[in-house]
Design a protein around this ligand. Sequence first.
Ligand code: SF4
Length: 444
Amino acid sequence: MKSFIAERNKQVITKDDGSFEIDCGVDSVAGSVSQRACVFCGSRVVLYPIADALHVVHGPIGCASYTWDIRGSLSSHEQLHRMSFSTDLREKHVIFGGEKQLENALLELIEAYKPKAAFVYSTCIVGVIGDDVLRICKQTSQKTGIDVIAVQSEGFQGTKKDGYKIACDAIGKLVGTRNDKPLGEFNINILGDFNLAGELWMLKEYYEKIGISILSTITGDAKVDDIRNSHRASLNVVQCSGSMMHLAKDMKEKYGVTFIKVSYFGIEDMSDALYDVVEFFKSETLMNNAKELVKEEIGRLMPIMAEYKKKLQGKKAAIYVGGACKAISLVKALRLIGVTTVVVGSQTGNKEDYELLHQLCDKGTILVDDSNPLELTSLVLEKGADIFIGGVKERPIAHKLGLGFCDHNHERKLPLAGYEGMIKFAEEIFATASSPVWQFVRKK
Ligand code: SF4
């Protein structure tokens, strides 16, 4: 293979009949121009959908603008999360410190917007100049009477995955601080769906139809007071385990809330998610309700999927996404509509994820961890993919190569989870794979 940095050889594997071993969870190789985002970005994307909280980025304006409105993260209540507040640190703050700037900004914003809580993100430069963000947050909290939580997410201290953990610790400061939300008979928290395009509302509808109450959603369409009450749920249902597993484990340890991992992408995984949750409650009524819902949805979807399968049979896809759990579901969902996965990778997958992917994929599929644009271009060309599924950073690669592209990341506008989401996914894959526009792109 061309366009590869030698040190990354163990992070790019072709599935064959031999044993499987891949390097993952390691720092990006210098000079690789990794597709991964920084620690601050990791924290920001997890906390951002808490819509009635104030989010203040302590740093130069670039950090705030880089992550402004970064996710769809629809809210059914407040919209405060969509504002991007920054302390706009300049050269003089680098020399004299930015603590006063932060304190003034917090007091002014809390007075103006009356948020339920505030998150203060430290960016690279704050780590370098050494502002005492913890102290400012504590003081402001005492003055205003609301929780002002320091998110010490200086970009240089690791990768986006470290940012997830820092965000989980910040959420953990709210969990268990209220006991006043009424409980249903069967209560769960939904962790790791960020309601990018309204999918969380579809999931809630499925659960509620079966007879399960949602105590809190962390963090899609989240409310601070619901998170405070979330320790009273019987079960944490964790999607996107890369970002939320730390919180789930923490809640298990502190409050005894059991957790399970699920995925809501594709018919198979969506149905398994409902059955797994219902099995936890050991209720015959819930199980019958779940069976009825799944039967009805599958009966509705399968003829539609069969039509798409006829049209898409033989097409090849490349997948490169943030978390490997999503990639696993995508391989299955693509198979259902006749599309073979020839390249699959992620920014933050772990060994367990890649082992599952390895078992699932066909012989010859390339598995790649923490890739870069040059590598991805080379892999996609080598395997002759027709469609690329990724996020905003993969879109230009696909467009320059004249490939169909499906956005399965932060910026998408279509809900792709759940049963309805599977129809939208198939529609999108078909539309992009068969678009006449690609004939006008000069192929390499
Ligand atoms: S790497 Fe540092 S400077 Fe760049 S966006 Fe992240 S926190 Fe800001």
